[in-house]
Design a protein around this ligand. Sequence first.
Ligand SMILES: [Zn+2]
Length: 336
Amino acid sequence: MRPNAVLISLLWCCCAMTVSACTKVAAPPVATADNKQVQNRGAGKDNWWDALPRPEWSAFTRIDQDVSWFEVYLISDDIYAIYEPGQFEEVISFLILGKDQALMFDTGLGIGDMRRVVDQLTSLPVIVLNSHTHYDHIGGNHQFKTIYAMDTDYTKSRALGSTTEEVAEFLSEGWVWKELPAEFDAAGFRSRPFVISRRVGEGDVIDLGGRRLEILETPGHAPDSICLIDRQNRVLFTGDTFYLAPLYTHIPGSSFEDYARSAARLAGMAGDIDSAITSHNVPVVDSSYMTALGDAFADIRAGKAKNYAVSDGNYEYQFGGFSVIVRADEPGLAKD
Ligand SMILES: [Zn+2]
């Protein structure tokens, strides 16, 4: 889940790169990022979709497929980004191919037919692993047979699915601008239950054949948040632990203290990666953002982060390209 919409204008400092010649994820130059919160979402007010299409996507090769709800891009050798720009979350799921099997890192909102897209991209056996189990990352899980999951009570409860009432808001006015698929049952929209095949956790390595993905437990945004690191290719998949938008520490199930520890951990790994692959808005950011993330949480905890605004009883601290939303009753907040 992504908190509040932002308009992000990343200015490119060089021409678009192609990925076909690269053996590693191409790290787009991130020159500047202007993080403007969009409030009062909805008809006649600021429309988050006015920021679309986000220019960052033009750096990547778009892949033809026949499910119009999704846009699919090849963002590196054997990594596809499956993007849902039609709904406010602008969530991105990733299909990562090895020689022997493929990993789906999240399955999106459950509005479009994710399985149909994946079947057009690979014939390999597919493992699903969620970056965390918020509704916008697990929507297509039920379409897959092999699902690896964290061994947490939170994950188990999310695997049971949701009611329609719990997710109805996410299709309401101001949340969706693109036409919903004809076959999609909006009135029946819910997180569908899914069956967990195998428990995984910290340090586990998923070997896809020629590509090894290591699980890092990074709770904070959600209790079961993880990142994946591909050490050989120097790439980190951050899930919702980092993206270029407001980061949530304030929603049910989130934990500022856990998030701060996870942020410090990722900052310590900035030298191990060239780029980070994020799950909302734009797919790839420079590894330096991991350092910025760690610094941001450290400054908030120390009361040194002074650029903030108060809304809905929360503090939103602004940093370059992202912000952090913190409950007002957290310790270490700058309040003067
Ligand atoms: Zn989330």
